[in-house]
Write a protein that binds this ligand. Structure first.
Ligand code: SAM
Length: 241
């Protein structure tokens, strides 16, 4: 990663497992597994798509890392350097804390770095520029998705990987759908789902030349609430400079 990292969070040595439960199901040394909301099998399947273009030797940034599955997986797959960031779920204002990430980090003996920073503050000056930026499961949570994508893009030197809900994929125009209240996934923090054309159009406008879309391998049935997900799909976008 290029650039300064003021406020880099250091790895606590006395980390405890999170009292509020896990989001990611992680395999830790000694056969310990964490009972996350997101099953290990789904994470393994997602990782095959996220990392279909290898990250070995790359500098990787994972935005919205939460318990850190994708950051630790990038490290396991040979990334030269990994930085995990989050704020909503690390600051205590969201659904969790950073306890899970810190605990897994210690148990794995990981060298992944971490920084508590919210998406609007992500910029070359705050996180540095990385070869590969992961922006997974975050876009539909933000009130201004184009601005959020612009922040993620600003620190992606080579490849940006986005995973998001999509809607209205049948429409021939770049379109984004707004979800009122708890309509999307029974979660009031879900606001927007672009269609694939919109996602690709935003990426092109942010300077990405080559775009690859991969349907989510386990959208139906969805890992969380199959009955609620008939109204939209999920997609992975790999976008290269
Ligand atoms: C569904 S989790 C995805 C976690 C992980 N990236 C994955 O794909 O498994 C959503 C992530 O987005 C973050 N998030 C939620 N709302 C946010 C917001 N308004 N702004 C920035 N990040 C947000 C959360 O902290 C959390 O890490």
């Amino acid at each position: 990663m290029d650039g300064a990292l003021p406020g880099l969070d250091m790895d606590p040595t006395q980390a405890q497992a999170p009292a509020g439960g896990w989001f990611h199901s992680l395999s830790l040394p000694g056969g310990e597994t964490t009972a996350g909301v997101k099953p290990a099998e789904v994470l393994r399947t997602e990782a095959e798509v996220v990392f279909k273009h290898p990250v070995a030797g790359k500098r990787v940034l994972d935005i919205g890392a939460w318990d850190g599955f994708f950051a630790f997986e990038a490290e396991r797959r040979g990334a030269a350097e990994v930085l995990a960031t989050d704020h909503f779920c690390w600051s205590g204002e969201g659904w969790g804390t950073k306890a899970g990430f810190d605990y897994a980090h210690r148990r794995l003996g990981s060298r992944v770095m971490s920084l508590d920073i919210d998406v609007p503050q992500i910029a070359p000056e705050t996180t540095g520029v990385h070869d590969v930026v992961l922006f997974l499961g975050v876009l539909y949570h933000v009130k201004d998705p184009l601005q959020a994508l612009e922040r993620a893009a600003s620190v992606a030197g080579e490849l940006l990987v986005v995973e998001t809900c999509t809607a209205l994929d049948v429409l021939p125009w770049p379109t984004m759908r707004y979800y009122e209240g708890r309509e999307l996934g029974d979660d009031p923090t879900n606001f927007w789902a672009p269609n694939r054309r919109c996602l690709a159009a935003m990426a092109r406008d942010l300077g990405f030349k080559r775009i690859e879309m991969t349907g989510h391998p386990v959208t139906k049935p969805h890992w969380r609430a199959p009955e609620l997900y008939w109204k939209h799909n999920r997609v992975f976008m790999h976008a290269w400079r």
